[in-house]
Design a protein around this ligand. Structure first.
Ligand code: ADP
Ligand code: MG
Length: 326
């Protein structure tokens, strides 16, 4: 009998090579305040990543369907939307996804999504519906960017349960800082209960005007806040103000009405330059993380057992009248 580990008569099978699951970077772009640049950032960052050759899915989780329209998809002509995916188990996410460009797809929204909050509330597993839907894509996409509605309801909780990271688009003025505190409390609550792996990657400054001294003061406050957060365990321990900021640029405001991203509408505009640079920075850090992971298997993610501190953000005094944010 040949030597071998198995009992006599056992067939020795070649050992299967386990291929690790393809890593997917799932990011929720979240801010409960409207008009801060969430949709503009989600769409143009997704487009920049896709143009870098990374298969990217944008999930439009806002009932206003602005991201869907921005990508040139007529929300009213859809038979199904992300709403159906969330509330109806018989609707396959793959059948609802629309390809809108090379490497770029959208899970579109519809105004019906406004009813989803109520319908979701009655469903089992109501916080994990989006997470399950996205898992069904396996490794089809390398990046999944979720455009959140301007609220902290069940739709946003679904985004935070599905995502690994949070990026906060905001405008640097004093009122916005107060909102960030509330937002971080929500992230902390979700990371304690629904999704312990959730981390805040940082803030993207939108419609940025670096010439204003008030803006500079707010950015310095944010830098100090995140620096101080490094001392304690919290989901924003490694968060930062992500550079470069996105300058105010009229071309970014114009392109949604043409159903085009900034790269199709005005590829030479400062808006295109800024979103390209933002994507390049995120890609550099992602690729570096992936190569470290290949070199050495990553330890299991740390769980947040300690209570994250309640975020305290220093709110600077209101700007002088001449500098009131628009
Ligand atoms: N960098 C920018 N420069 C000029 N206008 C912008 C810029 N970013 C966003 N906008 C415009 O500001 C408005 C609000 O942005 P949007 O992305 O829709 O915010 P949110 O999704 O947070 O509600 C939109 O009309 C958008 O076109
Ligand atoms: Mg929006």
């Amino acid at each position: 009998m040949p030597p071998g580990p198995g009992p006599p008569g056992a067939v020795s099978l070649p050992r299967m090579q386990q291929t690790p699951p393809k890593p997917v970077r799932q990011i929720a772009l979240m801010n409960q305040k409207g008009g801060v640049g969430k949709t503009t950032t989600t769409v143009n960052l997704a487009a920049a990543l896709a143009r870098s050759g990374r298969p990217t899915l944008l999930v439009d989780l806002d009932p206003q369907a602005h991201a869907t329209l921005h990508l040139g998809v007529d929300a009213d002509a859809l038979t199904h939307s992300v709403f159906d995916v969330l509330v109806d188990d018989t609707v396959s996410p793959a059948a609802v996804v629309r390809e809108v460009g090379e490497n770029l797809a959208v899970l579109p929204s519809h105004t019906d999504l406004a009813a989803a909050e109520t319908q979701l509330a009655n469903l089992p597993d109501r916080q994990h519906r989006l997470e399950r839907a996205l898992a069904s894509f396996g490794g089809r996409f390398e990046f999944v960017l979720i455009d959140c509605p301007p609220s902290l309801g069940l739709l946003t909780i679904n985004a935070l349960a599905a995502a690994r990271e949070v990026i906060i688009p905001m405008q640097a003025h004093f009122l916005a800082l107060q909102g960030v505190g509330k937002l971080l409390e929500t992230v902390a609550a979700v990371s304690r209960s629904v999704n312990p792996r959730l981390r805040v990657t940082g803030v993207v400054l939108c419609m940025h005007d670096a010439s204003s001294s008030h803006t500079r003061e707010v950015v310095a406050d944010l830098d100090r806040f995140f620096e101080a957060a490094r001392a304690q365990e919290s989901p924003w321990k490694f968060a930062r103000v992500i550079r470069p900021p996105i300058r105010r640029n009229i071309k970014l405001a114009e392109c949604p009405s043409f159903g085009q991203t900034i790269f199709d509408y005005a590829p030479g505009a400062p808006g295109a330059e800024d979103y390209r640079a933002l994507a390049e920075g995120l890609l550099r850090e992602w690729d570096a993380m992936l190569s470290r992971r290949t070199a050495q298997p990553a330890p299991p993610p740390a769980m947040h057992t300690a209570e994250p501190p309640v975020p305290e953000i220093v709110v600077p005094s209101p700007p002088a009248a001449a500098e009131q944010p628009r």
